[in-house]
Write a new protein. Structure first.
Length: 195
C-alpha cells in the first residue's frame, strides 16, 4: 500500500462505507445457541461486501508471489508431459511466479491492478491462474487459515492506519530478495493513525 497510495485510499473508502469507523471488519459468521437449541447468526461477515478489498489481497498475492517456486516434490512414476520425459524420483519444482506473471493469462502482469479480479458488476471473481498456495493434491494445508488471517490483518491495519513512504526516504521498490521465499528489501514506513 506504500507503493500504491491511491489503492490504499480506495480500500479504506470501501471499508468506511460498508463497515464504518465504529467497529472492525469481520471475517466469519459467529453463531450462538438459543435456549431451544436453534442456532442464530450473530456478527455476519463483511468479506463478501468488500470486493475491492478482497481483490487487492488477491493482486498482492499474485504480483509478489512470496513463495515463487512452491515446494519441491518428487515424481512418483515415469511421466511424459508435453513430450518431455520425467523419470520416477525426479525433483519437480513448480514456478508459481511464472504462472502469476504469464502475459497469456494475465494482461500486463507487471502492473499492480486489483480490478483484474473484479467483473463488470464490480463483484469478486477469483482467477484460475492464481495459485499462491500451489494447486492439486499438494496444495498448502493451511490455505484457508492463511487467507482468513491475511484478510483480518490487512483490513484491521488499514481500518486503523494509513501507511506511506516518509518524504525523506529513498524510493520504494517491490523487487525484494528472492530465494526460497520472496522477501521485501529494507524500507522505511510512516504509519499514520486514522481517527
Amino acid at each position: 500500500m506504500i507503493a500504491y497510495p491511491e489503492i490504499q485510499k480506495r480500500v479504506q473508502q470501501e471499508m468506511d462505507s460498508v463497515v464504518g469507523r465504529d467497529r472492525l471488519p469481520r471475517a466469519t459468521v459467529k453463531r450462538t445457541r438459543q435456549l431451544d437449541g436453534e442456532e442464530v447468526p450473530r456478527g455476519l461477515s463483511d468479506k463478501d461486501k468488500l470486493p475491492f478489498t478482497s481483490a487487492v489481497l488477491l493482486e498482492i498475492q499474485r504480483i509478489v508471489s512470496t513463495n515463487p517456486l512452491g515446494i519441491p516434490h518428487s515424481c512418483g512414476d515415469d511421466t511424459i508431459i508435453d513430450g518431455y520425459y520425467i523419470p520416477k524420483g525426479s525433483v519437480v519444482v513448480s514456478n508459481l511466479w511464472a504462472v502469476h506473471h504469464d502475459p497469456d493469462t494475465c494482461k500486463n502482469p507487471d502492473q499492480f491492478n486489483p480490478d483484474r479480479f473484479l467483473d463488470k458488476d464490480r463483484c469478486l471473481r477469483e482467477r484460475e491462474g492464481l495459485i499462491p498456495f500451489s494447486t492439486g493434491r499438494r496444495i498448502c494445508i493451511g490455505e484457508n487459515l492463511a487467507k482468513m488471517e491475511l484478510y483480518i490483518f490487512f483490513t484491521h491495519l488499514l481500518h486503523h492506519f494509513t501507511f506511506k513512504k516518509p518524504h525523506d526516504s529513498k524510493s520504494f521498490s517491490l523487487k525484494g530478495v528472492t530465494g526460497i521465499q520472496h522477501s521485501p528489501g529494507p524500507f522505511l514506513i510512516e504509519v499514520i493513525n486514522r481517527d
